[in-house]
Design a protein around this ligand. Structure first.
Ligand SMILES: Cc1ncc(COP(=O)(O)O)c(C=O)c1O
Length: 387
């Protein structure tokens, strides 16, 4: 099946009601025919639902679909993207282990790696998105590489092919946050990724309605992550899983429009005299444009730019916006403008932010599905007013 077909046609077995579209299964537990079946299910001798903290038909549909779309063995869904990131690390590493992570990374992931994991004896070193010196950072107890590409919010690109070879050579688990690209634009397993994490809250939902997370990957690794989730309980609700599985049906068409609009906005900003610089993975001026084109189908739905005049003009720009939403989310139908330094990445020190490519004047636009002329008109007007 092609990507678009699998995203639509993979669904839970039809019930006796002969429904066309998968119903929601809002049940905390499932019943057993007899004591023997109950025993066998608990002993993992038979497959089947027991309790919705472990499995639920809506969650399983979403998991099976994302596994096929990512081209991997299996997946597990979680209540949020951060629960997925956390489970992908905690399910596999132990006290004394070390991981490497690229500096350009989502703020909450940075907090987990620097403030929580050390409490359990798991340490982290930061490496550049440029792979040139990675080998120098490997220690005898290094177990995992964690990367995010394109990164939030700087849109830095990690070369997945090089990262795959690096992980194989050093026997590291290759874990990637694929939230910005989604499997429609980038399938990291083709380059050797072992684990792929998602904030499904973003483009997978695509309409700013529900939270959700996913970890997809190699069967043996996902089995461990599932065990961690089964006992610690970051389970996704059946309703949210149902919404997210429905959303995947339209992922390809939505992403194509997000990319059309984002590419057009990036070109407009690149020509604007109030804009100091623009970043978009498929814009020739992006330092890793060739790598992005090697591993991504299209450039994605996010554009960042640096307004001339820095922090003050950045704030005036946001206050002059009329249609775009000022909101913390991304990957919505509605275009959203944010100022990462004062919001999503505010908990990082300024030095750490600068290391991650987040200057004080950086504006991030999650380009939505409105008509491109209306998006450009709003931004153009705000740039004019905030001069
Ligand atoms: C790249 C990336 N990873 C993970 C997350 C966390 O996802 P959630 O908010 O669903 O927990 C986000 C949220 O913005 C993100 O942008």
């Amino acid at each position: 099946m092609h990507f678009e077909t699998a995203a639509i046609r993979l669904q839970t077995d039809r019930s006796a009601q002969r429904e066309h579209s998968t119903p929601i299964f809002p049940t905390s537990s499932f019943v057993f025919d007899d004591a023997e079946q109950m025993r066998a299910l608990f002993a993992d001798e038979q497959e089947g639902n027991i309790y919705s903290r472990f499995t639920n038909p809506n969650c399983q549909e979403l998991e099976q679909k994302i596994a096929v779309l990512e081209g991997v063995d299996d997946a597990v869904c979680t209540a949020t993207g951060m629960a997925a990131v956390f489970a992908s690390i905690m399910g596999l590493l132990k006290s004394g282990d070390h991981l490497l992570a690229t500096k350009a990374i989502f703020g909450a992931t940075h907090t987990v790696l620097t403030q929580w994991l050390p409490r359990w004896g798991i340490t982290c070193d930061w490496i550049e998105t440029d792979t040139a010196h990675w080998q120098l950072a490997v220690r005898s107890n290094t177990r995992m590489l964690f990367v995010e590409t394109p990164s939030n919010p700087g849109l830095d690109i990690v070369d997945l092919e090089v990262a795959g070879v690096f992980c194989r050579y050093n026997k590291l688990i290759f874990n990637i946050d694929n939230c910005f690209a989604t499997p429609y634009l980038q399938q990291p397993a083709r380059f050797g990724a072992d684990l792929i994490t998602h904030s499904a809250t973003k483009f997978i939902d695509g309409q700013g309605r529900v939270m959700g997370g996913l970890v997809a990957g190699r069967a043996d690794l996902i089995a461990e992550v599932k065990k961690f989730c089964r006992s610690t309980g970051p389970s996704l609700s059946p309703f949210n899983a149902w919404v997210l599985s429905k959303s995947l049906e339209t992922l390809a068409v939505r992403l194509d429009r997000h990319c059309d609009n984002a590419q057009a906005l990036a070109r407009f900003l690149a020509e604007h005299d109030q804009v100091a610089s623009v970043r978009y993975p498929f814009l020739d001026t992006h330092p890793a444009c060739a790598t992005a084109k090697k591993q991504m189908k299209r450039g994605g739905g996010l554009v960042t730019f640096e307004i001339k005049g820095g922090l003050e003009q950045g704030k005036r720009f946001l206050d002059s916006i009329q249609m775009l939403s000022l909101s913390a989310n991304l990957g919505d139908t509605r275009s959203i403008a944010t100022h990462p330094a004062s919001t999503t990445h505010a908990k990082m020190t300024e030095a750490a932010r600068l290391e991650a490519g987040i200057s004080n004047g950086l504006i991030r636009v999650s380009v939505g599905l409105e008509h491109i002329d209306d998006i450009v008109a709003d931004i153009s007007n705000a740039l004019e007013i905030s001069k």
